[in-house]
Design a protein around this ligand. Structure first.
Ligand code: UD1
Length: 427
């Protein structure tokens, strides 16, 4: 079992570059299914989830090759398969993103139902309802979604909840449908806007990218595109909290700060100095004793649920009481019990955490339960006195490109270990 050992107490100083966004790269790869030919994506992060998606596309007959750092070539000239098997989907829910484009391309798609995951039930009913409105015939059989449609037809779809991957799936299904589709109450996350821009590069006709109403006029076919994936706003936010909890002073390069207003606002409320320097660079300087600030996770442009666990770590060290409400996912407070083992004072009531800041955290063995919880435990380790051993960090590798390497370059004492060998523990 892989893990990360952090010796806390080092102040982070230096420069760091943000990687490409996982949640933009995965839909980009899915969109490649809509064209016959070779798409080239640059600034693609090298992550476990990207590799899983690559495996999925290869299973369908696509050929994917890394060409130099961050450049991924996706050749979808010959797609034969229509099935995303349970073994792959269960490791990565975002596999559901192939449903829309595969159905549009092949007239058929068979995708395993994602099932429950560590952060709650996470249903896909809105993806399916929307596809049915586009004329797909959908059956659920033996744990699989079986979708069929000769050619999808444009429709007016009003989403009950602005689901991110749901909006993306429906947008990809609609771009080659017959007629016009309007998606109301669409997700406005920057990654959804990015997918619209990629599809437009491919020849799609989409109005309203980045807003909650998307109008998509179906075209007969799309062409291959080249596209550079946007920087990861969640990684940038995680690095900012790393500076905050260590009283650090770091220069973060390659950010799109316009995507981070809610997070920047909250970090400033805690006393952090954030100075944009132009050209995607920002200097962040942490305050040794942050002020408390309440947070409620919301769809974009609200505070992202993917930053909730990291922000909570900062609040465990704040001067006063803060209330953190999770409104997007159930069961997304699993990092709380681990943070408490490090000395944090947190009470959870339903989906709200009440955090009473303490002067310091103490290193402890802790276990990661999901991607963002893993990041939060590493952050807590950076701030804590003594050694923190975070186990099950394979979650971290799903979504962060070399986070431990980046933190180490900023002066953190952090290293990857094989816990069975190095620490004599059993999986
Ligand atoms: C995406 C992101 C994830 C982020 C989340 C919220 C990717 C690959 N993942 O996940 O990192 O945490 O957005 O910003 O981009 N819902 C339904 N029915 C559906 C679909 C969703 O009820 O058919 C609910 C979910 O249970 C949840 C809410 O809608 O409560 C939002 O989920 P959604 O936006 O779909 O999250 P994902 O797209 O899975």
């Amino acid at each position: 079992m892989k893990g990360i050992v952090v010796e806390g107490g080092e102040r982070l100083v230096g420069e760091v570059m943000v990687s490409g966004a996982k949640n933009a790269a995965l839909p980009a790869l899915a969109a490649a299914l809509l064209v016959e030919g070779t798409c080239r994506f640059t600034n693609v992060p090298r992550l476990r989830d990207v590799e899983t998606f690559r495996g999925l596309l290869e299973k369908l007959g696509a050929r994917l090759h890394w060409r130099g750092k961050g450049e991924l070539e996706v050749d979808t000239s010959s797609i034969e398969g229509v099935t995303a098997p349970y073994e792959l989907v269960k490791t990565m829910r975002a596999s559901i993103l192939i449903l829309g484009p595969l159905l549009a391309r092949m007239g058929e798609a068979v995708v395993s139902l994602p099932g429950g995951c560590a952060i709650g039930a996470r249903p896909v009913d809105l993806h399916l309802k929307g596809l049915e409105q586009l004329g797909a015939h959908i059956e659920l059989e033996h744990g699989y979604i079986k979708a069929r449609a000769r050619r999808l037809k444009g429709a007016r779809i009003c989403l009950d909840i602005p689901t991110v991957t749901g909006t993306e799936n429906l947008m990809m299904a609609a771009v080659t449908a017959h007629g016009t589709t309007v998606i109301e109450n669409a997700a406005c996350e920057p990654e959804v806007e990015e997918l619209a821009l990629i599809l437009k590069e491919m020849g799609a006709e989409i109005d309203g990218a980045g807003t909650n109403v998307l109008t998509i006029r179906g075209v007969k076919e799309l062409r291959p595109a080249r596209y550079s994936i946007m920087p990861d706003r969640i990684e940038a936010g995680t690095l900012m909290v790393a500076a905050a909890v260590t009283g650090g002073n770091i220069l973060i390069k390659g950010c799109r700060l316009e995507h981070m207003e809610a997070v920047l606002g909250k970090l400033r409320e805690t006393g952090m100095e954030i100075s944009p320097l132009g050209e995607g660079e920002v200097r962040v300087v942490g305050d040794h004793v942050p002020r408390s600030a309440d947070v409620k996770t919301l769809p974009y442009p609200g505070f992202p649920t993917d930053m909730q666990a990291q922000f909570m770590v900062l609040m465990t060290l704040a001067n006063g009481l803060s209330v953190i409400s999770e409104t997007i996912f159930e069961n997304r407070c699993m990092h709380v019990s681990e943070l408490k083992r490090m000395g944090a004072d947190i009470r959870v009531q339903g989906s709200t955490a009440i955090v009473n800041g303490v002067p310091r955290l103490g290193g402890a063995p802790v276990m990661a339960t999901d991607l963002r919880a893993s990041a939060s435990l590493v952050l807590a380790g950076l701030a804590a006195e003594g050694e923190t051993v975070v186990s099950r960090t394979y979650h971290l590798e799903r979504g962060y490109e070399d986070l431990e390497g980046k933190l180490a370059a900023l002066g953190a004492k952090v290293r990857k270990v094989d816990l069975n060998e190095d620490l004599g523990q059993q999986e």
